[in-house]
Design a protein around this ligand. Structure first.
Ligand code: AMP
Length: 360
């Protein structure tokens, strides 16, 4: 077994991407005595507030990427659509997790195939590259279904729901590779979030039941209920195999639908995940801390849930200026604001986690 040498306190972690996930990773890194430098194209890069330096440069700027990497001891990402060309500008030996995971997860088709080969079930799907393919997919798979762009989709973007064959006639093919998949009649949605260390040790958090609205996660809750609880073990087996097959280091998320016929894999995220935000207060170690521990070669912390119930709600689209009011509410709310300057529809501005004590 490879012995991991931990990164010394004061070492520098590079984070590709500038969103709230990077911000929360940087906070966890600070606690462990590390410093972070971020990199993302110009924008509302809220991770910069928690970083000692931040490169606002394009993904195609290889000179800036090289300068960024030269100041880091390890480089990770918080955004799964970092172009592979940018990843390739950074020495492989500095990157964690394995960039192969990013390559696979950036394409819906390749991630489904990868996880299917490990034994997971997916909703029936077909590759769609044009109008004729789309018509064929509707004919073979029927409706209802969803047309999704193969790449660059997140938070419900790049998705078109198709309720009937007639409705399909009104859907304009977006002109880039897509998949069409059957609508899953699910009982609940859940994700498996695990952390894997360099020596292969894995820790898995409890799975919350996740609720989405318009493709955006709005609510995660524990206990997740029997539909999820009865399927978590099968889903975990797939997640463990995926992490091992990728020799993954860090936090990995796989999303599933709980159905009458067992868990159906939806997609994976090679990073910390919104459905794991509850772990900051609700688990022995948060997903953010364990990601930092894993990529820095430190031992992983426990992932046990510390409370009888946990409830995480996203603050989506609202101007968060009055959000501190939430702290007056019952249920021990913990408020996290991401510091975004501009509220937009569907934009995640913060989240609130409520925990209930185990021993009343
Ligand atoms: P995705 O971007 O693939 O994670 O989709 C976002 C959300 O849309 C999911 O969490 C589900 O709530 C819903 N969704 C996506 N694909 C399907 C599907 N095949 N059947 C039912 N709901 C879906």
């Amino acid at each position: 077994m490879e012995v991991s040498i931990p990164l010394a306190p004061g070492s520098t972690i590079g984070i590709l991407g500038g969103g709230q996930l990077g911000r929360m990773l940087a906070v966890a890194a600070l606690q462990l005595g590390y410093r972070c430098i971020g990199y993302a194209p110009a924008g509302d890069n809220v991770a910069a507030d928690a970083c000692v330096d931040f490169f606002e440069n394009g993904w195609g700027d290889t000179a800036a990427l090289a300068a960024f990497a030269s100041q880091c001891d390890v480089v990770t990402w918080e955004f799964e659509n970092v172009p592979l060309s940018a990843i390739n500008a950074i020495p492989d030996s500095m990157l964690a997790p394995n960039p192969k995971a990013l390559e696979i997860a950036q394409d819906r088709l390749s991630e489904k195939r990868f996880v299917e080969e490990l034994g997971a079930k997916c909703a029936p799907y077909m590759r769609v590259e044009g109008d004729a393919d789309f018509a064929r997919a509707i004919e073979h798979l029927g409706t209802p279904g969803i047309l999704k762009t193969a790449r660059d989709g997140y938070d419900g973007k790049g998705q078109w729901r198709v309720a009937s064959a007639r409705e399909a006639e009104g859907v304009r093919f977006p002109g880039r590779p897509c998949i069409y998949e059957s609508m899953v009649d699910f009982v609940a949605e859940f994700s498996v979030i695990l952390a894997r260390a360099k020596d292969g040790t894995m820790r898995i958090w409890d799975s919350t039941a996740n609720e989405h609205d318009g493709g955006i996660l709005v609510h995660s809750v524990l206990p997740a209920g029997p539909a999820v609880e009865s399927q978590v073990e099968a889903a975990r087996a797939i997640a463990r195999q995926t992490a091992d097959a990728l020799d993954y280091v860090g936090v990995l998320t796989l999303e599933f639908f709980a159905t009458e016929g067992g868990p159906i894999f939806n997609e994976m995220a090679p990073r910390v995940h919104n459905s794991g935000h509850w772990t900051i207060e609700g688990a022995a170690t948060s997903q953010f801390e364990n990601h930092i521990r894993a990529i820095c070669g430190l031992p992983l912390g426990g992932t046990e849930t510390r409370f009888a119930s946990v409830d995480m709600r996203n603050i989506v689209g609202d101007d968060a200026t009055g959000a501190h009011r939430i702290l007056l509410e019952a249920g021990e709310p913990h408020l996290h604001l991401y510091g975004k300057r501009e509220a937009r529809e569907g934009r995640k501005m913060g989240h609130v986690t409520r925990v209930a004590h185990k021993y009343p």
